[in-house]
Design a protein. Sequence first.
Length: 424
Amino acid sequence: MPREMKDGLMACPKNHIQSYPSTLKELRVGCLELLAEHEANTPDTLWQETDGPGKTPSTETEKSLLRLATAVSTGKGRPVFPPENTRLSDELVYLATKYLGAKERGTIYPYDFLPRGDINPERVPSGVAPIVWAHGLPFSPVFKGYYILCGRAHATWIGWHLRARNHRYMLPWPVWTIGPVVAPGSALKEPRSIERQARVWKMSSAKDAEWGREKNCVARDVVSFAHMDGSVVPKDSKGGFFVTQLFRVHGYSVRVGPDLSDLRKGNVQPKGFFSKNRVQDFDYEACLKRPYRNWRNPMIYGDHEGEGADVDSDGDTEMNEPEKSATDVDQENDKTSDEKTEADSVESGEIIEHVNGDVINTEIVQSGGDRDGDAPTTVAPTTGVEKDQVSPVQESTVTQNEVQRDIQKKIGNEDVEASLCSRV
């Protein structure tokens, strides 16, 4: 009998929403240093099947020089991992935590994992990252509260450190949390092997059809329902990010995901959650009546601008106080309470995953923006796949010049620009 999984948390408590961007800004600088050093001194070399296992590294530099495996393939219903002493893409790291034991992955993949199996915080993201859809939005999975699986192309957006790795901080976090970081729209354009649709906050049913799919039960994704706390959200197509409450994000749904055609229902954020937290001007009934939708180009700027702490593409923090809209919160009431309520109940359910050919694909209910904007298509209860055409997505959130400037401020590297031109 698997032990009870922990509840999902958010990026920061609601009373830290205004100050938390400064923490992210500092962590981002450290990530930019690691990325620049890696690309300048130990650039990626792709692993091929003919290469076989790598040599056992004895130094950190030798670990960084191990060949990078990016292909996701399956055999007998489970992933096929590359041999020992290779480096893993973000998708393979995600799968390794779910199918390999902690000490096992720490031993055979010494660059990506620490000896006891946690993701190495100095690991530079590689390849593309998984996307998990929940509450109408795409999320980047967060490992034990400190490591964001963001992929190489978006490693410069906010970095990959949600917090510094600290055992006391990590203790209340699940292995994987969905909710702290909304993925930028540009990430949705990248072809990937792992894209999932969540329906419930926590999988808790013995009848779950996917229960035996992942070996490590505690490593299954947990969707956070603490929507009064802060999430990191893309700002706009020019880059930057907001830290704000999730229900302020354009496209937010009170539903975790769609109901299935066999009448299995997904979790819904109860109306009492908003009343207990003194949220005003949120039309809960209208949100509940809308069919579940996934928004392919999520950003805080949509039909309205939410309040929150803003970090622009240069990493500078600004405070935004736009006029109230239909989804804004009574800030005066919010500031007097740090209360965070749990949902009334968690229904049985699953995160839907199916193996198709040589890659792991989600049987995902997905809709997207049209060519003129981000209006979604409606998703009805289904057990099949509904894919839309590629919709307009955000551009890269941080330019090469901005990356260079941030790093040079910290380490004075005059040759950073050249090192950032050869990404995998």
